[in-house]
Design a protein around this ligand. Structure first.
Ligand code: ZN
Length: 483
């Protein structure tokens, strides 16, 4: 949420509501902000701990940085819905006397993204599409795979739009590039970087290579690899090649042995049994560790730890291998993932205080449909078996308008789905509960809680929300236990 979570630090909501300050964003910003960070947010938070390593001790054997920046921001996450959407390249706005021309770049570093050209200042802001490192096409925290091919085309289009006039290039996270010659060469190399890795990955996959095989052999040409800003400090080329493969051909490598393999615990037990027991596996793995075969040691010891999480020697050797892999990594994200894996093996999973699944600011910025969608993905299929609960929600703009025509939505909860229907004006089926809300009052599930429910509703509505399980405040310990 590095790109919008800090909105409350620069603008007050009252000024946005009154129209004094517009909030300008790329088209479909809200849908994607929700899709990337709300729907899968709980799992992403846990996975982000590996990508960013923020629980690692700082230092030469621990956390150094995140590849793209020094650390993840902490604190509250704010969100104010945009009031002015930019939909096409060539649109422009004058803000406080400064003219800004926009170039749309959807499906690049973010699903909704644009570049900004400030012609009077000969300046281009490339957002996060031309950073001083190879960016991630698929961050560890999880995301929909980004489109490397489109990304390179936007960089080429930016060169056409402002390559001759831009004397300063700025962007997110990193320092500026000064001088027209350097701006041009920087953009050209960045464009070639994304295009080369995309095209070569696709070429090799069409020759029948799998993602792992492509990642093993793909290398950047010397002309690109020798540029500091093309190095994989954030997105490693091997990781990015796998992301491109996944975008076109899915996670499946077309080897039927990998179509439905045993999950980690069951597979780990079988592997260890076939090797001849944990002691035999440890003895062989220690020899390989001495030879520097850390990748293999990590693979084998991972099986041993899944087979028996209490095996202290296996945990220790796996942690040793992870640490060596972390020290060898150029990408800070890889280093963080390995070192945090080692940290958890040695110290256990950090125990964190619970947190609200969504900040009240985010809940208030969401549409009712988005909130219902969020509830639906937390409906427990087994608890909902045989139940059908209907709640009619009547939304009013303000408490004073309670008697005016409300917006009506019907929420049906069944095993198959948490369904939402619009316009239940005729209300053909009697609901189990009806709730009048005004927007500031909000739905249960927000951390503003169950404000304003009367006694009758407190009996009825929990029936519905019993089958919607709030996700755990983090998914601690689940990885090791369930694989
Ligand atoms: Zn960013």
């Amino acid at each position: 949420m590095d790109h919008w979570g800090g909105v409350n630090g620069v603008v007050g909501e009252d000024d946005v509501r009154s129209g004094k300050i517009p909030v300008i964003a790329p088209d479909r910003f809200m849908e994607y902000a929700v899709a990337e960070n709300v729907t899968a947010g709980n799992a992403m938070l846990r996975r982000a701990q590996y990508q960013f390593g923020h629980f690692l001790p700082k230092g030469e054997r621990g956390h150094i940085d995140c590849g793209l920046g020094k650390a993840m921001p902490t604190g509250s996450v704010g969100l104010i819905p945009p009031t002015d959407l930019i939909k096409a390249t060539g649109e422009s706005r004058v803000i406080d006397g400064v003219r800004i021309e926009f170039q749309m770049a959807p499906e690049s570093e973010a699903p909704a993204e644009f570049h900004m050209i400030l012609p009077e200042f000969n300046t281009v802001n490339m957002a996060e599409n031309a950073t001083h490192c190879f960016h991630n096409l698929l961050p560890f925290r999880g995301a929909v795979v980004r489109d490397a091919h489109a990304w390179s085309k936007y960089l080429n289009e930016a060169l056409e739009l402002c390559g001759e006039r831009a004397k300063v290039l700025i962007g997110q996270h990193h320092w500026p590039v000064w001088g027209n010659g350097r701006v041009k060469s920087y953009l050209e190399t960045q464009r070639d970087l994304y295009k080369y890795v995309h095209d070569q990955t696709v070429r090799l996959m069409n020759q029948g290579l799998t993602a792992a095989q492509i990642a093993e052999q793909l290398e950047l040409p010397e002309t690109i690899a020798c540029q500091w800003h093309a190095r994989g400090y954030y997105g490693d080329i091997r990781h990015n090649a796998k992301a491109i493969y996944q975008r076109y051909l899915s996670w499946y490598d077309a080897n039927p042995a990998n179509l439905d393999p045993l999950p980690p615990v069951a597979a780990g037990r079988k592997y260890v049994e076939y090797i001849g027991g944990a002691a035999a596996a440890l003895s062989r793995a220690r020899e390989d560790f001495r030879r520097g075969e850390y990748r293999w040691v990590a693979q084998v010891m991972s099986h041993a730890v899944f087979a028996d999480p209490q095996n202290a020697e296996a945990r220790d050797l796996l942690a040793n291998a992870f640490e060596q892999l972390g020290y060898l990594a150029e990408a800070a994200t890889w280093r963080n993932a390995y070192l945090f894996g080692a940290y958890e093996l040695r110290h256990g999973v950090p125990q964190l205080p619970g947190r609200a699944p969504l900040s009240s600011d985010i809940v208030r910025a969401l549409t009712v449909e988005q909130i219902f969608d969020y509830l639906a993905v937390h409906l427990s299929g087994s608890k909902a078996a045989g139940k059908k609960i209907v709640v009619n929600w009547h939304f009013h703009r303000r408490a004073t308008e309670l008697r005016a025509q409300p917006r009506k939505l019907r929420l049906e909860l069944r095993r198959e789905q948490g369904d939402q229907r619009r316009g239940c004006g005729s209300e053909p089926q009697p609901p189990d509960a009806r709730r009048d809300l005004y927007r500031e009052n909000q739905l249960p599930g927000s951390d503003r809680g169950r404000t304003g429910f009367d006694r009758w509703e407190r009996r009825q509505i929990p029936r519905a929300f019993y089958i919607i399980r709030r996700p755990p405040s983090d998914v601690r310990n689940r990885r090791a236990q369930e694989g």
